[in-house]
Ligand binder design. Structure first.
Ligand SMILES: [Zn+2]
Ligand SMILES: [Zn+2]
Length: 156
């Protein structure tokens, strides 16, 4: 499959699943490693990892395209286009898009345990990154003994 065919495919999926045209550019980018696709906020372009096609087939790539199109259409409509937004989650569910961009086996092996939780001290603002969930009622800030709050959870 070449870029032209990808472009056509994305346009088709956009019309049939979102009822809206895809008016920007979709291309393969073979330098993408751990992500299946990307959406660019500035140019509105979509990039798809061609290794996904080789590794997981058309069905998986279709889901990735739908995922990127969710970002695309919500962003252009001025709605919540980020992973944590309710609008993004419900649209993704409706079009049966990929929940996240599946990491390739090779890229997966390279990543060591990721930090998934971020804690912040209520008093001094010190932040701590943790790989596993921590019971914040049982721990205090190592610097000032202040109370900790879980600030964010990273997806992956
Ligand atoms: Zn995404
Ligand atoms: Zn502190």
């Amino acid at each position: 499959m070449n870029n032209e065919q990808l472009q056509q495919w994305v346009e088709e999926l956009s019309l049939s699943f979102f009822g809206l045209p895809f008016k920007h550019q979709a291309t393969f980018n073979s330098r993408l490693r751990s992500t299946g696709g990307r959406y660019f906020l500035k140019s509105h372009h979509i990039e798809i990892n061609p290794h996904q096609l080789t590794n997981f087939g058309l069905e998986e790539v279709e889901k990735i395209i739908k995922h990127e199109l969710c970002h695309y259409h919500l962003h252009l409509a001025g709605k919540g286009y980020q992973h944590r937004d309710a609008e993004f989650k419900s649209l993704l569910e409706r079009v049966q898009g990929s929940r996240y961009c599946k990491a390739l086996p090779l890229a997966k092996r390279k990543q060591s345990l990721p930090f998934r939780y971020k804690l912040r001290c209520k008093s001094c603002g010190m932040t701590y990154l943790r790989k596993r969930r921590v019971d914040i009622t049982r721990y205090r800030c190592g610097k000032c003994r202040g109370e900790l709050v879980e600030e964010s959870t990273f997806e992956k």
